[in-house]
Write a protein that binds this ligand. Structure first.
Ligand code: GDP
Length: 366
């Protein structure tokens, strides 16, 4: 899948958050017998109350959620891009991710030291993000050298690439992330990004880790992070990692009660998972059979045959048509039969763009 990398300075709550995610994975792992458990990766179910609603109608043996992968990238510290603290290894791990969950410490606790000696989330963000920019500069320097050599033979395309790479370099040298570079729509830039997978171009969710008090009311640290995030177009989700670790171990109604006591509607971890899913451009369609009610993950915009291929490769090749009932219709008319009788089941061909929440049934040749 498309992994989200968890980064942040030491002692900000990364491991606690990752542990909570791992526990969320294990709570459902019986449903995923084929996925191997890796120590630094959590395959986490995406919360989706629609699955429970579908199950009420269909009464399946089991429910399967869409999942999203989180990878723990501990150890990113100041100087990582210079190779300090196994830095380069961590940076190349980040390169493999599609999105960054940047944990920042927004709680005070005299017993838990902060590597920089004080609580200051904006400074922390700057430290981490500068390392990402430095790493991008190193990559880009090498690329510019190569392009400069090739450009001597006079290829127009190479020269255009070199030009944009040099412009980007100027931008990075001002310690600005690739994500704010003006020419990000330029095809030469897109090609460059595809090849180098710039670290500072990845979408970011800030996980503002607070204590219990901070959950109810934004403290000054959270406010600062929110202001910064708005300026750079990132998401912020506030959570108390310690509480999340407890929450994932509770039964659903117990967890609900706990949340009510805390005075919040949704767990921060759930919000992070949902936000990451959406920001990656992912949606779910459903299959609703008596064996299982299941969500399948696709990219927004995928057509029916491609969407079918996530169930089985053969479904794409042999695709004939899809029977589609919108989620709302499926619920309103009490299931497939009712929806059919109400004329709410559509037959769709190979050009149909699958919508979030579609309840699908594929017809195909083997
Ligand atoms: P990491 O180094 O970023 O992985 O940080 P950890 O998750 O190991 O957390 C460092 C310390 O902070 C641990 O002692 C945690 O128990 C504590 N901690 C983590 N989250 C919270 C929180 O939300 N509130 C408080 N008070 N302590 C926390």
């Amino acid at each position: 899948g498309l992994p989200v990398g968890i980064v942040g300075l030491p002692n900000v709550g990364k491991s606690t958050t990752f542990n909570a995610l791992t526990k969320a994975q294990n709570a459902e792992s019986a449903n995923y017998p084929f996925c191997t458990i890796e120590p630094n990766k959590a395959v986490v179910p995406v919360p989706d109350p629609r699955l429970e609603e579908l199950a009420k109608i269909v009464n399946p043996e089991r429910i399967q959620h869409s999942t999203i992968d989180f990878v723990d990238i501990a150890g990113l510290v100041k100087g990582a891009s210079k190779g300090e603290g196994l830095g380069n290894q961590f940076l190349s791990n980040i390169r493999e991710t599609e999105m960054i969950l940047h944990m920042v410490r927004c709680f005070e606790d005299g017993n838990i030291t902060h590597v920089e000696g004080s609580i200051d989330p904006l400074r922390d963000i700057e430290i981490i993000e500068s390392e990402l920019i430095f790493a991008d500069i190193q990559q880009l320097e090498k690329k510019i050298d190569r392009l400069a050599r090739q450009a001597k033979t006079g290829d127009k395309k190479v020269r255009a690439q070199l030009e944009i790479a040099q412009e980007l370099m100027k931008h990075l040298e001002e310690i600005k992330p690739v994500s704010t570079f003006e020419k990000r729509d330029d095809e030469n830039f897109i090609q460059l990004d595809k090849e180098l997978r710039f670290l500072s171009n990845k979408p970011i969710i800030y996980g503002a880790n607070v204590d219990e008090e901070g959950l109810l009311e934004d403290n000054e640290y959270v406010q600062a992070v929110k202001k910064h995030a708005e300026e750079v177009g990132a998401d912020v989700i506030k959570l108390c990692a310690k509480i999340e670790e407890e929450l994932v171990q509770l039964e659903e109604d117990e967890a609900k009660e706990f949340l009510e006591e805390l005075g919040i509607e949704e767990s921060g971890l759930d919000k992070i998972i949902r936000t990451a899913f959406e920001r990656l451009g992912l949606i779910s369609y459903f299959t609703a059979g008596v064996k299982e009610v299941r969500a399948w993950t696709i990219h927004r915009g995928w057509k029916a045959p491609k969407a079918a291929s996530v169930i089985h490769n053969d479904f794409e090749k042999g695709f004939i048509r899809a029977e589609v009932i919108a989620y709302e219709d499926f619920i309103e008319y009490g299931g497939e039969q009712g929806a059919k009788e109400a004329g709410k089941m559509r037959l769709e061909g190979k050009d149909y763009v699958v919508q979030d929440g579609d309840v699908m049934h594929f017809r195909f040749n083997v």
